[in-house]
Design a protein around this ligand. Structure first.
Ligand code: ACO
Length: 310
């Protein structure tokens, strides 16, 4: 039996903050941000919209898209490092709002790898027949843990949410393989500091990301019994266009097989991979039987990859 995504959803706040807006308050400029990161603008949630609101909106979308009702969901997994509060979890908050009365609920904290961690967890519970439908959400309101006076980090992040309903799919399709990993010794390079803002050693994270994303993408294809030539679409964590390009080169893929949405959202951590997947689907870029590689890295340090046959 194979688990796969049967419905996808997304939600981003309305407010667009461009590089030119950031130029007005920080010693930076559009040219630097675009050429070093690929980011042109990001969405930022207002004070009235918290992480659970973003998650709820994406979840509603995914449930509709999967053509199920909320009471059919057996488990809700929310990947986030920016929950509304320590507890209750965002998963419990949206369980109530969705009316998912039959669902267990928990958050998964693996930073930008969180969506893949949650997807891999959902696969286990579906394939062991523990649950029939699992709601996986990747969501962040990174704007609330961003130091808006620090140009090293403030230009990078954005807010958003993605959601996927995972269930049984026909044989040979769905999530074919996954790989998860962590290296706690690298925790010092990227963490939430005592002021509750992000501290990051950009160069160290960059080096780690380039190495790890390439290795994980190759390894997860191998686990699925596939080769680089089989890949139709690569969706890397949207953190920096240069890191994304490095993973494309490692898989020897042409330009058009790299999913690029960083220019409009920035780095949305747990939400980025699912948001890109939802956008690709919306744009009609994914066909039945396509082989899609998802790969991410993040604070922890953590990494994760998955191969999906659509
Ligand atoms: N505007 C203008 N100049 C800047 C800015 C800015 N926003 N930020 C840094 N600079 C300056 C630096 O001060 C430095 O100046 P100096 O040479 O005088 O010291 C110069 O630009 C070059 O800085 P570098 O750090 O070498 O720039 P680099 O090319 O490495 O790019 C970046 C920095 C974009 C942060 C890159 O290292 C990167 O993307 N790293 C990975 C970050 C990442 O993906 N993090 C994941 C976090 S996700 C999560 O888990 C929440």
């Amino acid at each position: 039996m194979n688990a796969g995504i049967i419905g996808l959803g997304k939600y981003v706040p309305e407010k667009v903050v461009t590089n030119f807006d950031i130029e007005k308050t920080l010693d930076t400029n559009d040219e630097w941000i675009r050429t070093r990161t690929g980011i042109e603008e990001r969405r930022i949630a207002g004070p009235e919209e918290n992480t659970s609101d973003l998650a709820y909106n994406a979840a509603i979308n995914a449930i509709e898209n999967a053509n199920i009702t909320a009471d059919q969901i057996g488990l809700i997994l929310v990947a986030t490092v920016t929950p509304d509060r320590g507890f209750p979890s965002v998963a419990c908050q949206i369980q109530e709002r969705l009316g998912a009365v039959n669902a267990a609920a928990m958050d998964v904290s693996a930073a930008c790898s969180g969506f893949i961690y949650a997807l891999a967890t959902a696969k286990q519970f579906i394939e062991s027949k523990s649950y029939q439908y699992i709601l996986v959400v990747g969501v962040e309101k990174l704007s609330k843990i961003t130091d808006w006076n620090d140009r090293n980090t403030a230009v990078l992040f954005g807010d958003g949410a993605c959601a996927a309903v995972v269930s049984e799919v026909s044989e040979g399709r769905g999530i074919l393989s996954f790989e998860l990993g962590a290296d706690g010794t690298g925790g010092k390079h990227l963490f939430l500091n005592d002021e509750h803002t992000i501290t990051m050693n950009g160069r160290e994270v960059f080096k780690f990301a380039v190495r790890q994303m390439g290795e994980s993408a190759v390894s997860v294809l191998d686990k699925a019994g596939l080769s680089k030539q089989d890949v139709d679409l690569l969706i890397p964590h949207q953190a920096n266009i240069r890191i994304m390009e490095a993973s494309r080169e490692r898989l020897e893929l042409p330009e058009e097989k790299l999913s690029k949405h960083i220019h409009k959202y920035g780095n949305t951590s747990s939400a980025s991979i699912g948001l890109a997947l939802a956008d690709e689907l919306e744009d009609g870029k994914i066909k039945d039987d396509d082989i899609i590689v998802l790969v991410g890295f993040g604070g922890g340090l953590t990494w994760g990859a998955a191969v999906i046959k659509w």
